[in-house]
Design a protein around this ligand. Structure first.
Ligand SMILES: *Cc1c(COP(=O)(O)O)cnc(C)c1O
Length: 421
């Protein structure tokens, strides 16, 4: 459930009309709902009630500082994958003891930054990384709390670009080698093993892959404890999917996911961490854009929008589907017709949807891409020198620009001419 509903025929974000925001800031823009973000975070907290848990929001889904500050204010921890994200977590007021540092390629500089500033744990993904961290921590005279990310060789049954838990993926160490790698971790100076980490992919729409992975992690917990390791924390990753298409069956709910976690690891006397990103932010955001032209083609009509692949890359990159709705509600019984929905960028890949049935639309009409709050703005670029589009946060009947559209001068002046030009 989200808070983007039609009222008197006009799409609203909470109590604010989308058209009113468009009037104020121009199109295209992203708009996020405070109530939806809060609700999604609380769904996870409620689902894990009864077990010791920390919900670490995976900020790579949407790292606007206002979104982070809102979630940190609710008590969320953060999952970060770069020094920049670490800095954002701290700036948002997230206590260091709630920040987990993930990612396959942490540099020594990033390790040092988090060791100096404080961190809940590093989720270590390889032996070379583990050895580097041991050295960095030893040089600083501190101890780095670590989990090791295991790759359970489970098929997440999601898009190949966002599956991470199969042996051919670059993530984590093979679970079959865990005993050996943990033994080395225990011997290395500057490291303290605190638990196990697993994350098998994103946009999972079934519970079975989670169950397979979590059962393997539970077994590994017993094995490693028998080897003398103090496994007191399990980081179970993120990845729970969201409904992108109204017409599809909905993915499992956080309550079902929470029940599964309790069933798999509830008897192990561990602290549980989860790292949801998409489910918290995805359906809390819309991309609002305007039809520039309706172009009649051979056998098909094109809706040319003022948003493009540089603003929302998911369709071009993953073949992702987004529901696209007119901002003015269509009256029931209106005939639909198929459109190819495209952006203005000079690439045929700049196509959001093909042969999508839509009500008749005209230049100037506003449409909203649903489920655009995660992996939308954060993946945007200025390709074709198109400014990064503004982000808006709504709360009840208020809205605020939480990132402004740069001017052309601002964009151009970021480049520096060498002295010989
Ligand atoms: C991307 C990622 C997440 C978040 O995944 P979602 O599908 O957005 O929930 C969590 N943990 C790690 C390590 C990730 O790389």
């Amino acid at each position: 459930m989200d808070h983007f509903l039609y009222r008197n025929g006009h799409l609203h974000a909470e109590d604010v009309a989308i058209a009113e925001i468009a009037e104020a800031v121009g199109t295209p823009f992203y708009v996020y709902s405070t109530a939806t973000l809060e609700r999604h975070y609380r769904l996870f907290k409620d689902a894990l009630e009864g077990i010791d848990n920390t919900v670490c929001y995976a900020m790579k889904a949407n790292s606007n500082q206002a979104v982070l500050t809102l979630l940190a204010g609710l008590g969320a921890g953060m999952d970060v994958v770069s020094g920049g994200e670490y800095a954002r977590a701290i700036a948002a007021g997230c206590p260091p003891e709630k920040i987990v540092f993930s990612g396959v390629g942490k540099t020594r500089a990033e390790m040092e930054m988090a060791l100096r500033g404080g961190v809940r744990q590093f989720n270590v993904e390889s032996e070379p990384e583990m050895r580097a961290l041991s050295q960095v921590a030893s040089d600083l005279g501190v101890t780095a709390p670590i989990t090791i990310r295991v790759n359970p060789d489970v098929d997440a049954r999601t898009h190949e670009k966002i599956a991470t838990g199969k042996s051919e993926n670059k993530f984590g160490i093979p679970i079959a080698r865990a005993v050996e790698v943990y033994a080395e971790a225990a011997r290395l100076p500057g490291l303290e093993v605190v638990g196990i980490d697993v994350h098998i992919g994103s946009q999972l729409v079934e519970l079975e892959p989670f169950e397979q992975a979590y059962r393997k992690v539970a077994d590994l917990t017993r094995t490693l404890r028998a080897e003398g390791h103090d496994i007191r924390r399990l980081d179970l990753g993120g990845g729970l999917g969201i409904p992108y298409a109204r017409s599809n069956s909905a993915p499992p709910l956080p309550t079902e996911y929470g029940a599964l976690i309790k069933a798999c690891v509830g008897d192990l006397d561990v602290e549980v961490e989860i790292e949801p990103g998409r489910l918290i932010a995805g359906n809390a955001g819309l991309l609002v854009t305007q039809v520039i032209y309706v172009k009649e083609g051979e056998g098909r009509d094109f809706l040319i929008l003022d948003a493009a692949m540089n603003d929302l890359i998911r369709p071009a990159m993953y073949g992702a589907y987004h529901d696209i709705d007119p901002v003015v509600e269509t009256s029931p019984g209106t005939d639909q017709r198929p459109y190819d929905i495209v952006g203005p960028v000079c690439e045929s890949g700049d196509t959001f949807a093909r042969a999508r049935d839509m009500p008749p639309l005209a230049a100037g009409d506003l449409v909203a891409f649903r489920s655009a709050g995660a992996y939308g703005a954060v993946m945007a670029s200025e390709y074709n020198t198109r400014p990064l589009i503004p982000e808006i946060l709504v709360k009840d009947d208020q809205f605020a620009v939480i990132r402004a559209r740069p001017t052309f001068d601002e964009m151009i002046n970021r480049d520096i001419l060498p002295k010989w030009l």
